[in-house]
Structure formats: structure tokens, C-alpha cells
Design a protein around this ligand. Structure first.
Ligand SMILES: *[C@@H]1O[C@H](CO)[C@@H](O)[C@H](O)[C@H]1NC(C)=O
Ligand SMILES: *[C@@H]1O[C@H](CO)[C@@H](O)[C@H](O)[C@H]1NC(C)=O
Ligand SMILES: *[C@@H]1O[C@H](CO)[C@@H](O)[C@H](O)[C@H]1NC(C)=O
Ligand SMILES: *[C@@H]1O[C@H](CO)[C@@H](O)[C@H](O)[C@H]1NC(C)=O
Ligand SMILES: *[C@@H]1O[C@H](CO)[C@@H](O)[C@H](O)[C@H]1NC(C)=O
Ligand SMILES: *[C@@H]1O[C@H](CO)[C@@H](O)[C@H](O)[C@H]1NC(C)=O
Ligand SMILES: *[C@@H]1O[C@H](CO)[C@@H](O)[C@H](O)[C@H]1NC(C)=O
Ligand SMILES: *[C@@H]1O[C@H](CO)[C@@H](O)[C@H](O)[C@H]1NC(C)=O
Length: 362
């Protein structure tokens, strides 16, 4: 189904890796800040390997471990290179969220998932995961969208949001191109809900403020250069939407090259966060945390639609059975997408709403 050397443009339906099919290998991540994690492949409980402490910091960042930033390796085993119980537990939890075999060790498919570019928003908030696919064997049956802690959303008297791209925090792409990409990304969510979006005349007055930033940009969530984290956005009604200016952003709407990240794909994901959605374990969902470089994933999946419609109602003109969102597809030539923010509640949805499990956030 997938040749490792594939450079032809493929259109393929994502398949749950639990089914035994190989996980898509990340393509050329040598420039990723997380590339060194590849050296940890094969590590397991009891090992002591240089670099494990960095993996622990990664897992902490996305909610899988918890220790003080100020901890030192002489007082806290979580900041040593020891593969201990806490690390094993964190890895198992990560594996469950990403539909991997929960071995608790750093097998190849786990490492390949860890190094993928992703959204800066954490998967787990205050120790409770909102991504959970353990026990859900069939991807098609799962509705695993989540909300931020407390399920924040835009107030019901506000069904039109304004957005604007920062006049100064920019990448080199021309203005008209950027504006049309973001307009299309917003339109995808508007098409399925009662929320509408218009570009604001005045950046400072916009509900949603979009900007491209490098490194530390003042919100405590520094960007990390090429690959690694790609973007993050805040839960309602904050409205901040930040993208890593260092990425090789693909802006022409065609399939990006390996090493490039499709801007529209990431924009659709981050808008989900701005509307109140957290991450989903459904791999074909827009709200899945990772994206592979060289791929494009812009169509809302049924899971995304179900989640956002719970917050803002359905667009009366939306016809689920004629929508391509029922067969979410990812075009690929190379790699995955991601989003950022805080997640709090997990809505389990099976045909009709069956349960909403409240979770906690960062
Ligand atoms: C991978 O990326 C690095 C850094 O961008 C580049 O130097 C290298 O040539 C790439 N390798 C392949 C096989 O594309
Ligand atoms: C990872 O392994 C490669 C090849 O074995 C080596 O060149 C590189 O320095 C290692 N990186 C780290 C961070 O240990
Ligand atoms: C180490 O990490 C585990 C798992 O995140 C956490 O439960 C434990 O409290 C941490 N230990 C310390 C001393 O921070
Ligand atoms: C603790 O960290 C310091 C600085 O990174 C390092 O030099 C030292 O070897 C570490 N000690 C242990 C016991 O791992
Ligand atoms: C995750 O799924 C397992 C198995 O279905 C279930 O026992 C557990 O309660 C779920 N956790 C959350 C946070 O939904
Ligand atoms: C939104 O819906 C309209 C009407 O069905 C359609 O023409 C348009 O292509 C949709 N926009 C996107 C970005 O899918
Ligand atoms: C929805 O789309 C399906 C398939 O295109 C079509 O058969 C059906 O009549 C549509 N329903 C409505 C209410 O437009
Ligand atoms: C998460 O925990 C922190 C510290 O205990 C607390 O201040 C914060 O309110 C919690 N967040 C949520 C959403 O429960």
C-alpha cells in the first residue's frame, strides 16, 4: 500500500496502525529538534541511556509526565537518563493515545510517532487524558473529539468571529496568498456549524489574531525551529493563533514537498482549538496532534464535525451524507499535522451522543 520510496502523489485512506499495518514512517526529519530521539529506539525499562532525560521533557511538555521545571538530577529521577516506572507509564499512555501497541518501550513505531511534527498543544491536562482510544478497536466506530478543560466556547450571542493576520509577524508569502489560505481554512468550519468568520479591517480589534513567530515569543511556549512543534492556538475566547515562522510552509495548496509543512492543514487544525476542540485519537481527524511533512490534510472528518457541532450547532445547509468528511483522506507524499492548546473534556460519541467525560487541563 505504501512504498517507502514513494514520491508519486498518493491519495490514501489512513489506516489505524493497531491493525498491524506499518505506521507511516516520518520522512527526513533530520532537521527536527526531536531527531535525536531516534537514537533511543529499542530502549526499555531498566535501561540507562543518554538522551532519555530529553525524552522525559518532551513527554512532560505534552502532558505525559509531571515534574518541576527546576528539578535536578540529584534530587529527582524524572530528570535523569534512567528508564524507570514513571517513564514506562508515560510511554504506555502515549501509545494508547496514538493507537500504538502499549508496550511501554521505545519500539520503532513509537519513536516514529514521537518525532513527527506536531501541534504545541498538550494531549493531557492535569494528568487526565482527553485522547483515549485504548479499547476502541475499530477506527470507524470511534468518536473521540475532546474539548478544553471546562469546555470553553464562544458565547452564544457571538456567532460571527473576526480574524486578522498580523501586519508584522509574517513569513515571506504574499498577503493575498496567506489571506486566501486562512479564509479557506475558516470556511471549512463555517460550512459545518452556525459560526461564521470574517476578516477584520483592524488587526487589533480582531477576535482571532494570527501571527508567525520564531522561538520565544512571549507566551511561555517557545517555538523550536524547523519541524518539532509547528503552531499552537488558545482555547476560547483568547483568540491567539501562533505559527512557527521557521517552518518551510507550503502555501500553494498543492501537495507539499518532503520537509515542507502544508499551511492550510495546520490552519484548519488550529482553528479547531480556537473554537474549543482539543486533540483526538482518531488518526484521520483534523484534530489528531501530528502531521507528517509533505502531506496535506484539510478535510474535516466525522469526528471533528461531531465535536464542533456540539459546541456551535450544525449548519442547516450541511449534508453529512454528501460530505467527503465521511471518508477522511490524507494526501501524502511524505509525512503529519498538529495543533496546540489545552484540552479538558472528552466527548465519546457513538452514532448519537453517548457520554461526555470531563477531563482536566494544564
Ligand atoms: C534531509 O534534510 C536535511 C536538512 O534539511 C538535508 O540536508 C538532507 O539532504 C535531506 N535528506 C534527504 C534524503 O532528503
Ligand atoms: C544519534 O546517532 C547518530 C548515528 O549513530 C549520531 O551521529 C548522532 O550523534 C546521535 N545523536 C545523538 C543526539 O546522540
Ligand atoms: C516523576 O514523574 C511521575 C510521572 O509523571 C510523577 O508521578 C512523579 O510525581 C514525578 N516525581 C517527582 C519527584 O517529580
Ligand atoms: C546531572 O546533570 C549534570 C548536568 O547535566 C551532569 O553533568 C551530571 O552527570 C548528571 N548526574 C547524574 C547522576 O546523572
Ligand atoms: C479510556 O478507555 C478505557 C477503555 O475503554 C476506559 O476504561 C477508560 O476509562 C477511558 N479513559 C478515558 C479518560 O476516557
Ligand atoms: C463550503 O461549502 C460550499 C457550499 O457547499 C462549497 O462550495 C465550498 O467549497 C465549501 N468550502 C470549503 C473550503 O470546503
Ligand atoms: C444529502 O446528500 C445525499 C448524497 O449526496 C443525498 O442523497 C441527499 O438527498 C442529501 N440530503 C439533503 C437533505 O439534501
Ligand atoms: C490544573 O492544575 C493546576 C494546579 O493544580 C490548577 O491550578 C488548574 O486550575 C488545573 N486546571 C484545571 C483545568 O483543572
Amino acid at each position: 500500500m505504501k512504498s517507502p520510496a514513494a514520491i508519486a502523489i498518493l491519495l490514501l485512506v489512513l489506516v489505524n496502525s493497531v491493525s498491524g499495518l506499518p505506521n507511516f514512517l516520518p520522512k527526513n526529519i533530520s532537521s527536527s529538534p526531536w531527531a535525536p530521539f531516534q537514537n533511543l529506539t529499542g530502549c526499555h525499562m531498566g535501561d540507562h541511556v543518554p538522551g532519555l532525560v530529553d525524552l522525559k521533557r518532551y513527554l512532560k511538555r505534552f502532558g505525559y509526565m509531571n515534574f518541576p521545571d527546576t528539578a535536578t538530577n540529584s534530587t529527582n529521577a524524572n530528570v535523569t537518563d534512567e528508564f524507570d516506572d514513571s517513564l514506562e507509564w508515560a510511554i504506555k499512555t502515549y501509545q494508547k493515545n496514538f493507537n500504538l501497541n502499549p508496550t511501554g518501550s521505545l519500539d520503532l513505531s513509537t519513536v516514529n510517532q514521537i518525532v513527527r511534527p506536531r501541534c504545541g498543544v498538550a494531549d493531557i491536562i492535569n494528568g487526565s487524558t482527553s485522547m483515549n482510544s485504548s479499547g476502541a478497536a475499530h477506527a470507524n466506530d470511534r468518536r473521540l473529539y475532546s474539548f478544553f478543560p471546562g469546555s470553553p466556547s464562544w458565547p452564544s450571542n457571538k456567532r460571527q468571529l473576526t480574524y486578522a493576520i498580523s501586519p508584522t509577524a509574517r513569513i515571506s508569502a504574499d498577503d493575498a496568498t496567506l489571506r486566501s489560505i486562512f479564509a479557506r481554512a475558516f470556511e471549512r468550519w463555517a460550512n459545518v456549524t452556525q459560526m461564521t468568520f470574517v476578516e477584520a479591517a483592524e488587526y487589533s480589534a480582531a477576535d482571532i489574531k494570527i501571527g508567525f513567530y520564531s522561538g520565544d515569543h512571549g507566551d511561555g511556549e517557545a517555538f523550536d525551529g524547523v519541524l518539532g512543534t509547528l503552531a499552537h492556538a488558545f482555547s476560547p475566547t483568547n483568540g491567539r493563533f501562533h505559527l512557527d515562522a521557521a517552518e518551510n510552509w507550503a502555501v500553494d495548496g498543492s501537495l507539499p514537498s518532503v520537509g515542507e509543512i502544508d499551511l492550510e492543514s495546520v490552519a484548519v487544525h488550529e482553528i479547531g482549538h480556537l473554537l474549543g476542540l482539543g486533540h483526538s485519537s482518531v488518526e484521520e481527524a483534523i484534530m489528531f496532534p501530528t502531521i507528517t511533512s509533505g502531506t496535506r490534510r484539510v478535510e474535516l472528518a466525522a469526528d471533528d464535525v461531531a465535536g464542533v457541532q456540539l459546541l456551535y450547532g450544525a449548519n442547516p445547509t450541511y449534508n453529512a451524507s454528501s460530505s467527503s468528511s465521511n471518508s477522511a483522506q490524507e494526501e501524502e507524499r511524505g509525512g503529519a499535522t498538529s495543533g496546540g492548546g489545552r484540552v479538558v473534556t472528552l466527548g465519546l460519541f457513538s452514532g448519537a451522543v453517548s457520554a461526555i467525560v470531563s477531563l482536566l487541563i494544564l
